[in-house]
Design a protein around this ligand. Structure first.
Ligand SMILES: [Fe+2]
Ligand SMILES: [Fe+2]
Length: 159
């Protein structure tokens, strides 16, 4: 749950960064709507983490800063790339949530419910980005994103 919580901290930063620099008003509005849902995700994961007597990752401020910078940068590249980055991020989050759901005990209904709802929302965010004209990111970029996500999830698991 700490990893999921950290992911949602990053989602906050990414969306904030992206809506700061994106130009098109309809893109901006869509980003803000998604950002609001991400706030919900952050609350759910934080609450669940407390219920499980977990603690937040100490690296959160670091990931937050990095994600904010990435969001600002993506926004500066123009709306089509910005949305492309968003769509790819959401797809990777979805597959992370999927693999987490597979490892999570069936009895842990509360956690499962949260992850299922988040997965549903993230799919919606990716679809929204596609609808607004997301560009498909080049393979090397997608691989770099996968690698950094892997680094984030593994370190956050422990720290
Ligand atoms: Fe989320
Ligand atoms: Fe999302």
């Amino acid at each position: 749950m700490r990893v999921n919580h950290c992911g949602e901290v990053c989602a906050q930063a990414l969306y904030q960064g992206q809506s700061l620099t994106s130009r098109d008003p309809s893109t901006r509005q869509a980003l803000q709507q998604a950002a609001w849902e991400e706030t919900e995700h952050l609350n759910w994961t934080e609450r669940r983490m407390k219920e499980l007597n977990g603690r937040k990752s100490l690296l959160n401020p670091l990931w937050y800063a990095g994600s904010l910078a990435m969001g600002v940068l993506a926004g500066k590249l123009g709306d089509d790339w910005n949305l492309g980055f968003l769509a790819e991020t959401e797809r990777q989050v979805e597959s992370h949530l999927d693999s987490h759901l597979k490892r999570l005990p069936m009895q842990d209904r509360r956690s499962r419910e949260i992850l299922e709802q988040m997965k549903h929302d993230e799919i919606g965010h990716a679809a929204m980005a596609d609808r607004l004209g997301a560009r498909k990111l080049p393979l090397p970029v997608r691989l770099v994103m996968k690698t950094s996500a892997k680094l984030m999830t593994t370190t956050t698991y422990f720290i």
